[in-house]
Design a protein around this ligand. Structure first.
Ligand SMILES: *[C@@H]1O[C@H](CO)[C@@H](O)[C@H](O)[C@H]1NC(C)=O
Ligand SMILES: *[C@@H]1O[C@H](CO)[C@@H](O)[C@H](O)[C@H]1NC(C)=O
Ligand SMILES: *[C@@H]1O[C@H](CO)[C@@H](O)[C@H](O)[C@H]1NC(C)=O
Ligand SMILES: *[C@@H]1O[C@H](CO)[C@@H](O)[C@H](O)[C@H]1NC(C)=O
Ligand SMILES: *[C@@H]1O[C@H](CO)[C@@H](O)[C@H](O)[C@H]1NC(C)=O
Ligand SMILES: *[C@@H]1O[C@H](CO)[C@@H](O)[C@H](O)[C@H]1NC(C)=O
Ligand SMILES: *[C@@H]1O[C@H](CO)[C@@H](O)[C@H](O)[C@H]1NC(C)=O
Ligand SMILES: *[C@@H]1O[C@H](CO)[C@@H](O)[C@H](O)[C@H]1NC(C)=O
Ligand SMILES: *[C@@H]1O[C@H](CO)[C@@H](O)[C@H](O)[C@H]1NC(C)=O
Ligand SMILES: *[C@@H]1O[C@H](CO)[C@@H](O)[C@H](O)[C@H]1NC(C)=O
Ligand SMILES: *[C@@H]1O[C@H](CO)[C@@H](O)[C@H](O)[C@H]1NC(C)=O
Length: 865
């Protein structure tokens, strides 16, 4: 009896398992087949879907981009194939996957109309086709995607009107149609999408529409992004209903009318960021906009606002960015803002604000930038300002500030830009010793008295100094000669005596004019009576020579020391990514003969040439870690990036082995007396270098910065195609060894001014170095020639003379046809070497500009050529 019931239970179980496993393998087969069919209609140039195969030993749940549920059994729920450069057709075979909820094909190259057939995927909740080449209109049948919660068609070429059918997608939580070519009116049905949390219609410049007031019904909406589209008319009063709204971005439209009470009412309690800048909005700004005290960013700039700002804005305790510049605001500036605990940016220039900067500004400890130029502020510059440790820029020109500058005025350790020109400040200029990062100081047009403080000479990165139109007296301190000034304007003061030689030689005299007491060559009073200066110069020279000799001796000693160590203590290890046979003897030759700053060319016994770069292995990392670091940069493949063939290392040294290029470095090429680089070749070199920099910093993962770009590091192959080398050495030797390498070997004129104080390397710094290389290409001069001024100074000075720009161009290759291109390129170079990093263009902008020049030059070619 007992046996029988056991048997029947086990029979039942067997049956159950049989049944279960057949259904299981049945859906499994369907899923597998659907995925393979999906793949078969896709072009996959990088073979990213190689695992998607019948032959694959992997279960399809483990294929690239597939996610499955775990229970009750395995079903595909999500396909995510981003950034694989896929194209071809998006097949509806995925709709046979019974549990598919998520399809993300963003950042590919699908070039087709909106795949409406996917509406047969009944379970699909997320469809992301962002950043493809999808074109055509959104048909009314979009309404068939009834299950969708997230629809992202952003950054495509979708055109035409937004269809009424969209109103049926009542489950939508995210609708992103941004960066497309949509036209016409935004339909009212959008107000039916009551579940919406994010609505993005931004960057559709052909939309010509009012903002539908039905949007005000979307009480779950948290982000409303309508910037850079063609919205006009007023901001609807219905916005009062957007009770969950956190981010409202309406900037760069054509909005007009008074800003309504709705925006300021207590309704927008959740608001974190409000941007209505660059419209034509009028009226006064309502109070209460941060009644929820969550507002972090408020941007109203470039509108037609008038009247005073509600002082309650000073109570927005979370506020970090406050930008109201370029309006017609008047009245008292909300004084509470100055001591707001999180405020970072205050921009209020070009209004008619009155008021003062209170001493309690010291409480605004996060404050980084103040721009309040061209208003009617008054009172003294407070002592509290110097106590803010983060202050980077203080620009308050053209106001009514008066009194003396407090002695601690310049104590903020990162202070870089000060412009308090055209106020009514008086008294002596205080000793400015603590702001070692000051780049630009403008005190012009005040009533300062006394002398120019000598301590200015200790601010080593000071580049722009404008003290003109004051009442300064005394001599121009000789110490200032040590600064690398691009502008030195002391005109219209009461200075006297001899002008230090280097301040006179490179600069237009007009910067000294209006000081009848000054004397020196080129000035109205060319001879100064006393003549002791030449003695000083001789003494200085002798001292300098001694110093240089001493330095050279100590360098030579330490070099020898390293050599010994390298020879006797080390065992060589190596890793090659390319078949190379390198003997220890050949390596020793490199040890003996190469210097740390150069790339050494070595002929192997096979007759093959390689280039070798010697680095000091200062970091104590395992050889495994070192190999991983080198591999990271050796994997880069780009036609303008030198290939790393391998590397050898000991505990003391690392030798990076580069492919050899026939035509040496750009530096060598420009140094040759028979320099034969024609303009078109130089332009190509510039573009190649910019593309390489953009590739390593944008496309390559991990993103790398070059950090040591100069013409000696740009190698040219037999067709003069440039290849950048010596990049990202910080990755190999570590930050501190990299810093000492750079300081020991590079000439600082390639180095951006902020490099001296900024801890973090940035793209802007690479752009600066690139600008210097561009200058070399345009002028045909090397960055530093002998003892004369470096190229940056030279060009900056010549440019400001009449016709200066044309004089700067390389006369060896100048012709009528290429002059305008050279001038345009010079202009790009000057932008790249802007003193303020944020004014420099991005690499992508540089590439665009250079491509533009190249395109226009090829179009100009005569047809017969
Ligand atoms: C996927 O791979 C993991 C590890 O590689 C393995 O543990 C798992 O069983 C695989 N899944 C399937 C469904 O084969
Ligand atoms: C993507 O594919 C296109 C052609 O389909 C090709 O021109 C482009 O270089 C590819 N991009 C990448 C990053 O592979
Ligand atoms: C769609 O994909 C893009 C790019 O991969 C991503 O940035 C975006 O957040 C996705 N959209 C949604 C709504 O998740
Ligand atoms: C704003 O309107 C003017 C004329 O009404 C038009 O020329 C301009 O292109 C519009 N700007 C935007 C951003 O739509
Ligand atoms: C100063 O601001 C006013 C607006 O208040 C503007 O009209 C004027 O152009 C500005 N001046 C300068 C020099 O920008
Ligand atoms: C300082 O302000 C004046 C007046 O607004 C302006 O002309 C000048 O360009 C500014 N200087 C710098 C270095 O920004
Ligand atoms: C130098 O200062 C004077 C007086 O302020 C001014 O007129 C002149 O334009 C300034 N020159 C430069 C190049 O800034
Ligand atoms: C040179 O002229 C440019 C504008 O062309 C100006 O921005 C720069 O301040 C001037 N520099 C000097 C040294 O005069
Ligand atoms: C390197 O220099 C050492 C002595 O300084 C010498 O003995 C050795 O032969 C040199 N090696 C090569 C390959 O030149
Ligand atoms: C390098 O690190 C090892 C352990 O990781 C340590 O024993 C050795 O002393 C270190 N050497 C130097 C020069 O710091
Ligand atoms: C550049 O390389 C090619 C190929 O090796 C060579 O023929 C040419 O002379 C080289 N040009 C210069 C200027 O060195």
């Amino acid at each position: 009896m007992a046996t029988r019931s056991k048997l029947s239970i086990s029979l039942a179980l067997t049956f159950f398992f049989f049944f279960f496993s057949t259904t299981f393998s049945f859906t499994e087969d369907v899923e597998l087949a659907s995925l393979l069919r999906f793949k078969s209609s896709i072009d996959d140039p990088k073979n990213s879907l190689s695992l998607w195969s019948n032959a694959s030993s992997l279960h399809h749940c483990n294929w690239t981009g597939i996610t499955c549920t775990r229970a009750p059994s395995l079903y595909v729920t999500s396909i995510t194939l981003q950034s694989l450069n896929l194209s071809g057709e998006i097949s509806d075979s995925v709709c046979n996957l019974p549990y598919l909820t998520h399809l993300d094909l963003s950042r590919n190259s699908f070039n087709q109309p909106i795949p409406l057939h996917l509406s047969s995927c009944l379970t699909l909740e997320t469809l992301n086709l962002s950043a493809n080449l999808i074109w055509g209109t959104i048909p009314d049948q979009i309404s068939e995607f009834t299950a969708l919660k997230v629809l992202d068609f952003s950054s495509n070429h979708v055109e035409g009107k937004i269809p009424e059918g969209l109103g049926s997608l009542t489950n939508l939580q995210v609708l992103n149609l941004g960066s497309n070519l949509l036209t016409g009116l935004v339909p009212d049905v959008i107000g039916k999408l009551r579940e919406l949390v994010v609505l993005d219609l931004s960057e559709n410049s052909y939309l010509v529409s009012e903002i539908p007031s039905s949007i005000g019904k979307l009480d779950k909406l948290e982000e409303l992004l309508l910037h850079r589209s063609g919205f006009h008319g007023g901001i609807p009063t219905s916005f009062a209903g957007l009770t969950s709204l956190k981010v409202l971005d309406l900037c760069l439209n054509n909005l007009t009318g008074e800003i309504t009470r709705s925006l300021g009412g207590t309704s927008l309690k959740s608001l974190v960021s409000l941007d209505v800048s660059q419209n034509k909005i009028t009226g006064s700004f309502p109070g209460g906009v941060c009644s929820g005290k969550r507002l972090v960013s408020l941007s109203l700039h470039s509108n037609l606002f008038e009247g005073s700002l509600p002082s309650s804005i000073g109570e927005c305790l979370s506020l970090e960015r406050f930008q109201v510049q370029e309006n017609g605001f008047s009245g008292e500036f909300p004084v509470g803002l100055w001591s707001s605990p999180k405020i970072k940016i205050i921009r209020a220039g070009n209004n008619k604000f009155t008021g003062h900067v209170p001493d309690t500004v010291s409480l605004a400890s996060a404050l980084e930038q103040v721009e309040i130029d061209n208003n009617s502020f008054s009172g003294e510059i407070p002592h509290g300002l110097g106590l803010i440790k983060n202050l980077y820029k203080f620009s308050a020109s053209e106001n009514g500030f008066d009194g003396k500058l407090p002695p601690n005025f310049c104590d903020s350790p990162v202070l870089s830009i000060v412009n308090i020109s055209h106020n009514s400040l008086s008294g002596k200029i205080p000793e400015l010793k603590n702001c070692k990062k000051l780049v630009s100081l403008s005190l012009a047009g005040n009533a300062f008295t006394g002398g120019i403080p000598k301590s200015l000479a200790e601010l080593h990165v000071l580049t722009y100094l404008d003290l003109s139109a004051n009442k300064l007296t005394g001599l121009i301190p000789r110490e200032l000669e040590s600064l690398k000034l691009a502008l030195f304007n002391v005109s219209y003061n009461k200075l006297s005596g001899e002008v230090p030689h280097s301040l006179i030689s490179g600069l237009p005299a007009s910067f000294l004019q209006g000081n009848p007491g000054l004397c020196g060559p080129g000035l109205p009073r060319s001879s100064c009576s006393s003549d002791r200066s030449s003695f000083h110069i001789v003494a200085l020279l002798v001292l300098l020579i001694c110093l240089v000799l001493a330095l050279a001796a100590s360098l030579a000693m330490s070099y020898r020391y390293h050599r010994k160590k390298a020879q006797f203590k080390s065992t060589w290890r190596s890793e090659f990514y390319y078949p190379l046979r390198l003997t220890e003897q050949e390596l020793m030759k490199v040890v003996n003969e190469s210097s740390p700053s150069d790339v050494y060319v070595l002929t192997l016994s096979s007759g093959e040439l390689i280039a070798v770069k010697k680095l000091v292995n200062a970091r104590n990392v395992s050889s495994k870690a070192l190999k991983a670091e080198v591999r990271t940069i050796a994997k880069i493949r780009h036609k303008n990036v030198i290939r790393i063939l391998g590397f050898c290392f000991t505990d003391e040294l690392i030798f990076l082995i580069y492919e050899y290029t026939q035509n040496g470095s750009l530096h060598d090429m420009l140094s040759r007396p028979d320099d034969q680089l024609q303009w078109s070749v130089r332009l190509k070199i510039a573009l190649g270098v910019a593309q390489a920099l953009a590739y390593i910093s944008k496309d390559y993962v991990p993103h790398l910065l070059h950090r040591n770009l100069k013409s000696t590091n740009i190698l040219l192959d037999k067709d003069f195609e440039p290849k950048i080398s010596d990049f990202a050495l910080d990755q190999i030797v570590g930050e501190s060894a990299f810093q000492s390498l750079i300081h020991a070997t590079s000439n600082s004129c390639y180095t951006a001014p902020e490099n001296n104080y900024s801890k973090k390397a940035t793209e802007e710094m690479d752009v600066y170095s690139f600008g210097v290389v561009l200058l070399e290409l345009v002028t045909g001069q090397r960055a530093v020639e002998g003892e004369s001024l470096d190229i940056v100074k030279q060009v900056r000075r010549k440019i400001n003379l009449t016709d200066g720009a044309a004089q700067v161009l390389d006369q060896k290759i100048l012709s009528n046809t290429c002059q305008s291109e050279m001038l345009k390129t010079l202009d790009i170079a000057l932008n790249c070497i802007a003193v303020a990093a944020e004014k420099r263009p991005s690499l992508l902008q540089v590439i665009k500009a250079l491509e533009g020049i190249i395109r226009s030059s090829t179009e100009k070619l005569p047809v017969s050529a």
